[in-house]
Design a protein around this ligand. Structure first.
Ligand SMILES: Cc1cc2nc3c(=O)[nH]c(=O)nc-3n(C[C@H](O)[C@H](O)[C@H](O)COP(=O)(O)O)c2cc1C
Ligand code: SF4
Length: 406
């Protein structure tokens, strides 16, 4: 079993308080980082092979190094705590149970990118995580950790999935409608309030103190060749012990399902969505893959936010498609025609198929519009939506055809 790093204090009483965080070695990495040159911090994070844990899996140190060196105005750090991807529920635990790990990581990251003001954008529905995190920020101010070089603003979202997309999140933070923007320019060049901005996920930044304390080779060695460390998997659906599991990014999907007690329901696996609802589904015979970004990409799916949703044989894939299609139709921001129109129509067609009124051409129409629309929109929302549309139908077509023939 992998050593617990991010979750090591989760079962400790009062782990969310500054006193307990300090007792367990908290803020020693920050002491160390204060004596390091900013570029040396970034280098350490690069060598650790830390990759973004919010969805895209982008190398974190490389992202930090994109902030223009000759920029003289403010640089912002924005923490993405929107956690909207269905099947994902890990950031809420970090905010609730170890909020100072995020604050310490932010102090270090802010030094690396020369930032004096940071924002934490918390999903509106996360009432308790927000309360805990805001209290930890206040304690960090009272202890002089914040306010002497870095200020943190805690901002609550209002419950839109699209506000998790980094440019949508920035628009929302600026007080505008949470609409994504075309990239480039990337936020690292022109982000919040027109200034260079690094957007990172909660879990990504919570890893940083450990990298500084224990060194890049240690962290890199926990994972695979191209991705270091552990991550927190949210495991749900038909498993005997749903919940969060911290494991190496090199664990296989089969091992992870075993860690969660194995398949429940009728005990026979049908398929697994490995990285949140936008990740293409894997069949039961495709689960001997490592869970790192490249391992899952090579298997034709994605690591995404590590939300693992398990289907036993009794789960209806057409019904699952209808549920995710309803979600994407509801959450599309509507700026791009392919996304706005296709998500709405595919939801209607998936409902029609489920009700036994499907037409023979429906499946090919869904595949056709999904494949043609991908890559043509402002943000990656639609590319994510077509993940389930295409993979559910291509891998479980017979289940749909039975409904259409009826
Ligand atoms: C539709 C959509 C929703 C997203 N939602 C989230 C989210 O809830 N939380 C998150 O951290 N990243 C989310 N992302 C990814 C962010 O755009 C961004 O890549 C990430 O916050 C960067 O942090 P990281 O490099 O540390 O992963 C989303 C992306 C898309 C396209
Ligand atoms: S792809 Fe969809 S969610 Fe993204 S900007 Fe276009 S309409 Fe909005």
């Amino acid at each position: 079993m992998t050593e617990k790093i991010l979750t090591r204090n989760f079962d400790r009483a009062d782990a969310h308080t500054l006193a307990v965080y300090r007792e367990t070695g908290g803020y020693t990495a920050w002491e160390k980082a204060r004596a390091m040159e900013p570029a040396a911090i970034t280098d350490e994070v690069k060598k650790a092979n830390l990759r973004g844990l919010g969805g895209a899996g982008f190398p974190t140190g490389m992202k930090w190094s994109f902030v223009p060196k000759n920029h003289t105005g403010p640089v912002y750090l924005v923490i993405n705590a929107d956690e909207g991807e269905p099947g994902t529920f890990k950031d809420r635990y970090l905010l609730e149970r170890d909020p100072h790990a995020l604050i310490e990581g932010m102090l270090i990251a802010a030094r690396a990118i020369r930032c004096e003001k940071a924002f934490v954008y918390i999903r509106g529905e996360y009432v308790e995580p927000h309360r805990r995190f805001a209290a930890a920020v206040k304690d960090a101010y009272d202890a002089g950790l914040l306010g002497a070089g870095l200020d943190i603003v805690v901002h609550r979202g209002a419950g839109a999935y699209i506000c998790g997309e980094e440019t949508g999140l920035i628009s929302s933070l600026e007080g505008k409608k949470g609409w994504p923007k075309v990239k480039p320019p990337f936020p690292a060049i022109k982000g919040a309030f027109g200034m260079p901005t690094i957007v990172n996920n909660v879990e990504t930044i919570a890893q940083v103190p450990h990298i500084i304390n224990r060194g890049a080779p240690w962290f890199a060695g926990l994972g695979t060749k191209t991705m270091g460390g552990t991550r927190i998997y949210s495991v749900s659906g038909r498993v005997k012990r749903p919940g969060i599991y911290e494991e190496s990014v090199g664990i296989t999907l089969r091992q992870l399902i075993d860690r969660a007690g194995g398949v429940s329901g009728n005990g026979r696996l049908k398929g697994v969505v490995p990285g949140g609802s936008s990740a293409p589904i894997l069949r039961a015979d495709e689960i001997d893959v490592t869970m790192d970004v490249d391992g899952l990409r090579n298997a034709g799916t994605m690591a995404g936010s590590a939300g693992v949703i398990v289907f036993d044989e009794t789960v209806s894939v057409p019904e699952a498609l209808m549920v995710v299609a309803r979600f994407y139709a509801h959450e599309s921001c509507g700026q791009c025609t392919p996304c706005r129109e296709s998500t709405g129509w595919i939801y209607k067609m998936s409902e029609r198929i489920l009700a036994g009124h499907g037409r023979k051409e429906d499946l090919d129409t869904i595949l056709d519009v999904s494949k043609r629309g991908a890559g043509t929109t402002i943000c990656a929302f639609y590319d994510g939506a077509v993940g389930p549309y295409i993979s559910y139908i291509e891998k479980f077509r017979d289940e749909f055809e039975v409904l259409i023939r009826k």
